[in-house]
Design a binder for this molecule. Structure first.
Ligand SMILES: Nc1ncnc2c1ncn2[C@@H]1O[C@H](COP(=O)(O)OP(=O)(O)OP(=O)(O)O)[C@@H](O)[C@H]1O
Ligand SMILES: [Mg+2]
Length: 486
């Protein structure tokens, strides 16, 4: 059967159409015709050579995707919409292509024509090179994001040789070897995030992503889409793209659900379903996605009390509490303070490229006796501030006392009033106010037992403002979690 005859029989009936096909064959580097089922009706030899099917007899009748990987001709047949100019990779080459639906006399789509215009690439060079640059940038950004999704900490970074610290590390290592959900409980700054990363990094999922969501830092209205994603066109109008949720992004990896105690009651059933069935339903969609995710949740609240108070579902609590880990506050493992202080001072020195500062015995005694409502984070903050403000190579108690929460300074070390400092010269108001604010934040946190929402309430500010201020004072590292746009 001649080529023309095949075309005749299969699709192209009119003489005009046939001469058009001849024209395409001669003009374009590649031309392919498909029928209403997106099966190949005809393909010119140049196209066959390009996709490596030259010499194969029975190309006709095959589904187009079998011959041209990822072909979009089926979409064009189904939608009836032409795609006049597209840059498209075939065999690792970026080609400029057109896809045109074909219609019968009544306007009904009866096939589609795909053309490779790459012999015209010369003329299109500016646009193609722009496109390539953009693609390279996108790939780089993608790599950066992937890097951000890797674990940031390992177990060796969890400093502490006290019995309590060793027990925690041992439990966390055991949790890493298993695949159940982990619940990390501890006051603010005790290292919940550090351990979550370390558990992921030591788990069989280490090669997968580690994705974090902070339930307290994201406004309730955005949290659902943040976790479960949105279907295309959902609430922002038609045409917007689907946005994957954190569950989907964490597929085959770990989802770190930070401040899970702040999860709104309204979202808890959906979260439970995700944990129980591994199924999520993006916002505005009626499709269910299956995901394979291990959850590590963290909370600085007493979740059992929240269950009793009716603000946290008991069934969700039991789902999360498969491998519970309680990290004791720093004041209950004071033996760890010298090692932690040394590590912090070493880190600061390394970053500054200077020899590490030392701590005088009275400074160490002061640190060891302090109550540390902000735990390890507060300890490293105090040392950072001291290093920034004091030039001396050895830090003394007199250097550190003014930096510790004002209220506790006088009762720090029995019998000695280490907080007494010479009458201070007047300082800029901004600095005085910033210090007062910082103290107020820490005090509120202590009074609220580390529960940030409650601390915010005590200070008469919103939760979001409280988080913002914590971040400003370097008291937390969560700011990046707040989504910038819907
Ligand atoms: N045992 C530890 N060894 C070394 N560094 C620690 C340890 N515990 C905490 N840190 C450091 O203290 C800081 C706070 O820790 P992390 O962010 O893990 O606390 P968190 O429990 O998540 O606090 P929050 O509840 O406020 O989010 C981090 O810089 C972390 O690296
Ligand atoms: Mg944290």
């Amino acid at each position: 059967m001649s080529r023309d005859k095949r075309i005749d029989e299969a699709l192209v009936r009119s003489r005009a159409a046939r001469s058009l096909v001849d024209l395409f064959d001669s003009l374009y580097e590649g031309a392919v015709l498909v029928d209403t089922q997106a099966r190949i009706v005809w393909m010119n030899d140049k196209f066959k050579a390009l996709v490596g099917w030259n010499g194969v007899e029975d190309i006709e009748g095959r589904p187009v995707e079998e011959v041209i990987a990822n072909s979009r001709l089926r979409e064009v047949v189904e939608s009836g919409r032409a795609e006049l100019l597209d840059v498209y990779p075939i065999n690792n080459r970026q080609l400029v292509v057109s896809r045109i639906p074909l219609r019968d006399d009544d306007g009904v789509v009866n096939g589609a024509l795909g053309l490779i215009l790459y012999d015209r690439l010369q003329a299109l060079r500016p646009i193609v090179s722009k496109f390539q640059t953009m693609q390279e940038e996108l790939a780089r950004a993608g790599q950066e994001i992937a890097k951000g999704r890797r674990a940031r900490y390992r177990f060796s970074q969890f400093v502490g040789e006290s019995a309590a610290a060793r027990a925690i590390k041992a439990q966390a290592r055991r949790a890493a070897a298993r695949d159940g959900n982990v619940l990390l409980m501890g006051e603010t700054g005790t290292g919940k995030e550090l351990l979550a990363h370390a558990i992921h990094a030591a788990s069989p999922r280490a090669q997968g992503p580690m994705v974090r969501v902070n339930a307290a830092a994201i406004p309730e209205t955005l949290l659902e889409s943040e976790l479960f994603g949105t279907a295309p066109g959902a609430f922002t109008g038609a045409g917007t793209k689907a946005r994957p949720g954190k569950f989907e992004l964490a597929h085959r990896g770990t989802l770190f659900l930070d401040e899970v105690g702040d999860m709104p009651l309204s979202l808890q059933p959906k979260l439970l379903r995700a944990l129980q069935e591994g199924e999520i339903e993006p916002l505005g969609s009626n499709r269910v996605l299956s995901v394979d995710v291990r959850v590590i949740a963290a909370t600085s609240r007493d979740l059992k009390a929240a269950v009793d108070a009716g603000t946290f579902r008991a069934d969700l609590f039991y789902r999360l509490n498969v491998l519970p880990l309680v990290i004791p506050p720093l004041r209950e493992r004071r033996d760890d303070i010298p090692a932690l202080a040394d590590t912090v001072l070493d880190d600061i020195a390394m970053e500054a490229g200077e020899p590490p500062r030392e701590l005088a015995p009275d400074a160490l005694a002061l640190l060891a006796a302090s109550s540390w409502p902000g735990n390890v984070r507060e300890l490293s903050n105090v040392l950072e501030q001291a290093t920034a403000q004091v030039d001396a190579p050895v830090l003394t108690a007199a250097h550190l006392a003014p930096l510790l929460s004002a209220r506790e300074a006088p009762r720090l070390v029995a019998g000695r009033d280490l907080a007494t400092t010479p009458a201070e010269p007047l300082r800029p108001l901004r600095q005085v106010m910033a210090e007062a604010e910082r103290t107020a934040l820490l005090e509120a946190l202590e009074v609220a037992g580390g529960v940030k929402v409650q601390a915010a309430r005590l200070l008469g500010i919103s939760r979001a403002q409280f988080y913002e201020k914590l971040a400003t004072h370097g008291l937390m590292s969560d700011k990046t979690d707040i989504p910038k746009a819907v």
